[in-house]
Design a protein around this ligand. Structure first.
Ligand code: XIL
Length: 337
């Protein structure tokens, strides 16, 4: 069973380690197992970390493209497209230090950041997460925006400018606004829809919305997820699931079962969940607006959500690189079977 090469006509992506570390996909101890999986099932990759702000632009006049270039060349040599992640992200460890206490013209500096990176990869990436996580989880500043350094310096206009500058630098890539917890029907979902409405009314060149989709087996409900994606699609925008993973443990609910290993019960819940999310995507998003579905990691041992304090098994392949029931669930969702 193959999820991409046979079953889908839209991109099926996977996040990988693109650097030089011990789990990188190009030349590490596990790269042959990773490559066998990726090149069988997926036709798009996202660098899990290496194309983030501080890695590409560590100081004002220094851009470091070596690792990302090697990754993009590796993808191209193997016939796999690349989704760029991400031009602007508030996350403290990813905002370059020089930006945090920048005393010059912040807008001009950020324009140089976006344009230099987007033009460097123009023609080499099919899409970008232009702005990642601009919305607060609750409350927030005006329009529910997160109080990031970008917001403090430029207000909402930093989002407009990021898209405008990315489009000037790359005339063809799809340009996404990307966030988490925008699939759950909360205030944040409403704020996301209002944000894209404002961007569109101002003529900002946004192509679509990326739903990170870090979800649990039973939350949010599939109908709520489907509605959020449909509300974006109804606005004529593309919809991309950019970082899909499904935890089997719910650390926020003390009455939920605590799995200490991936039992068959947990694996079956997860299989159903992958299937229903793929099905919801197909129902909610018309074919021409499907920018694809990307899973956030290759195998469970490498998931960002599998930690010593909270062991979990959120992905499609197990710690031994074997396919899990979740992979079958994903495939079943694609064929509607
Ligand atoms: C995560 C990576 O997977 C980790 O390796 C890293 O330590 C932290 O970032 N939302 C995003 C991703 O947009 O960039 C994050 O990736 C996961 C949450």
């Amino acid at each position: 069973m193959y999820i991409q090469r046979r079953l889908a006509v839209f991109p099926i992506g996977i996040a990988v380690n693109a650097g030089t570390g011990d789990k990188n996909i190009i030349d590490s101890d596990t790269s042959s197992q990773q490559q066998a999986i990726v090149f069988t099932h997926f036709n798009q990759m996202t660098a899990g970390n290496e194309m983030k702000m501080s890695y590409l632009h560590p100081s004002e006049n220094t851009f470091t493209f070596d690792k990302a270039d090697a990754f993009v060349a590796f993808a191209s040599a193997n016939g796999v497209a690349v989704h760029g992640h991400t031009l602007i992200w508030h996350s403290d460890y990813q905002v370059p230090n020089f930006m945090k206490n920048y005393s010059g013209d912040f807008s001009a500096m950020l324009k140089n950041h976006v344009k230099t990176i987007a033009s460097h990869f123009s023609g080499k990436v099919v899409s970008w997460d232009v702005v990642n996580e601009a919305l607060a989880d609750s409350g927030g500043e005006k329009n529910g925006l997160r109080n990031s350094v970008f917001y403090q310096k430029m207000g909402e206009d930093y989002i407009d400018q990021a898209f405008i500058n990315a489009r000037e630098a790359d005339p063809t890539a799809d340009l996404f606004y990307n966030d988490y917890s925008i699939e759950n029907g909360s205030e944040k979902t409403k704020n996301m829809l209002s944000l894209v409405d404002r961007l569109k009314s101002r003529g900002v060149p946004i192509t679509g919305v990326g739903f990170q989709m870090h979800v649990l087996t039973n939350w949010p409900s599939v109908s709520v997820i489907e509605k959020a994606m449909k509300d974006v699609a109804d606005r004529g925008l593309k919809v991309k699931i950019t970082e899909l993973d499904v935890r089997v443990n719910n650390q926020y609910d003390s009455s939920a079962p605590v799995y200490k290993s991936l039992t068959s019960e947990a694996a079956e819940k997860q299989k159903k969940r992958y299937r229903e999310i793929v099905e919801a995507y197909l129902r909610a998003v018309p074919p021409t607006q499907r920018a694809g579905i990307t899973v956030w990691g290759v195998w469970d041992a490498d998931s960002w959500l599998n930690t010593p304090e909270h062991p979990d098994w959120p992905l499609l392949f197990d710690v031994n690189f074997q396919p899990k029931p979740a992979l079958q669930g994903f495939a079943d969702g694609l064929v509607g079977g």
